[in-house]
Ligand binder design. Structure first.
Ligand code: MEV
Length: 428
């Protein structure tokens, strides 16, 4: 098989798909599964390069959210079972005490212009600061941010020690309003390069935003009555019998574990990002930017958890989260993706700050529910129910039998396709 396909990008989508099908000997079912018809095909073709088709994710809606006093339905696109259930469960735990309250820093992104080969970096830095107003004015001549009330609000400069020697780094602090802001900030960084080169006498190299968006933080808080933390069991499982105060204290202990151990903190934060990314994917936002920002922020003083838990004076569990949130409600892929736009309609937020608030609340809800399950009955029972249903479907169980077959496999602790087939025969 030869991966060299000259002019691949110039072919139309169906030609590209048949070329790949030929090279990889795909059967008709595989080609059908990848193919994207009609509007979906046109949309995805315009979003990336070398597109051959599309891949479908489940679009779910997490329920029970109250954010700053408003009920919100949260669209989530994620392939992992239990993520949406956990988000809804976490939101329910917070709901009876008023839900989530949030605050945000505002939509400030950082742009970086790196200058190498500078003779005296410390003096060059000062010369940049002397010309800060001029640099901001050049930045603000770009695009439409200023007319929308945003724009470059500050120019700073740093001298950074790198393995290749000292480098001067100019930072633009840009109010990007309701955009995610990457394009606007990158354009500004490129535009100011000549002034920066002149001020520093060095060679301008990289001109691009930073995804460590630590001036665009969102915070959410909630409190939970310990009684609400008691596991009530479900159809397939008995309740664990652990009382609410114990569950509460163990959640605080689980948080402390993450605060003390980066191996645990990585998983703790992964769970938070399960939900945050799912909302970003559903609304066609850049989830990689959110990931990069969240983990870099978590590592600012040695890698740690993005949430905190403590016991309040009244015995409630006090939960909070703080993370950088770089998302937009205007522009980007959402503007051209009808399903992404429809997901934004489900969410119904007014602007980027409100969007950031929901993302923070969602991350906290997810983490709260994960920790509650982890310290009590464990997470596998919930996972296994959904996993068993998938196995039942794979085994050909008709829709009306899927739940029953799955429940019997879970109860018998035997979740295999062959067992599912036996049960389908027995029950069918
Ligand atoms: C699984 O995708 C996420 C969890 O592992 C998160 C956690 O351990 O906190 C359940």
């Amino acid at each position: 098989m030869n991966s060299r396909i000259p002019g691949f990008y110039t072919r139309d989508r169906s030609e590209r798909l048949s070329t790949v099908a030929d090279r990889r000997d795909l059967d008709a079912d595989a080609v059908d599964a990848l193919d994207a018809d009609g509007e979906v095909g046109e949309t995805v073709d315009g979003l990336s390069e070398n597109v051959v088709g599309s891949i479908t994710y489940p679009l779910s809606v997490a329920t029970n959210f109250v954010v700053d006093g408003e009920d919100v339905l949260v669209p989530m696109a994620v392939e992992e079972s239990s993520v949406v259930a956990a988000a809804s469960k976490g939101a329910l735990l917070a709901r009876s005490t008023g839900g989530f309250t949030t605050d945000t820093d505002g939509p400030y992104m950082i742009g970086q212009v790196q200058v190498a080969d500078v003779a005296d970096p410390t003096a060059a830095r000062l010369r940049v600061l002397e010309r800060a107003e001029e640099i901001a004015a050049v930045a603000n001549d770009q695009g439409v941010l200023v007319s929308h009330g945003g724009g470059c609000e500050d120019v700073t400069a740093r001298v950074v020690d790198t393995p290749a020697g000292q480098t001067v780094v100019v930072h633009l602090l840009v109010d990007v309003r309701d955009a995610m802001g990457a394009n606007a900030v990158n354009t500004m960084c490129e535009a100011i390069a000549p002034v920066v080169a002149d001020a520093t006498g060095g060679r301008v190299s990289l001109r691009v935003l930073s995804n460590l968006a630590d001036c665009r933080l969102a915070r959410a808080r909630c409190r939970v009555d310990p009684d609400a933390l008691v596991d009530s069991g479900d159809d397939s499982e008995e309740a664990s019998g652990i009382d609410g105060e114990t569950v509460r204290d163990r959640i605080v202990e689980a948080w402390a574990f993450a605060a003390g151990d980066p191996y645990r903190a990585a998983t703790h934060n992964k769970g938070i990002m399960n939900a945050v990314d799912a909302l970003a994917v559903a609304t066609c936002n850049d989830w990689r930017a959110l990931e990069a920002g969240a983990h870099a922020y978590a590592a600012r003083e040695g890698y740690g958890p993005l949430t905190t838990y403590e016991v309040g004076d009244d015995g409630d569990l006090i939960c909070s989260i703080e993370l950088p949130v770089q998302v937009g409600t205007v522009g980007g892929a959402t503007a051209v993706h009808s399903a992404g736009r429809a997901a934004m309609d489900v969410l119904g937020v007014e602007g980027a700050d409100e969007f950031a608030s929901v993302l923070a609340a969602l991350g906290l809800a997810e983490n709260l529910a994960s920790l509650r399950a982890l310290v009590d009955e464990g997470i596998q029972s919930g996972h296994m129910k959904l996993h068993a249903e998938n196995v039942a479907r794979q085994a050909g169980a008709p829709a009306g039998l899927v739940e029953e077959v799955a429940a019997r496999m879970v109860a018998g602790e035997d979740i295999r396709e062959s067992r599912a087939r036996e049960l389908v025969e027995e029950l069918g």
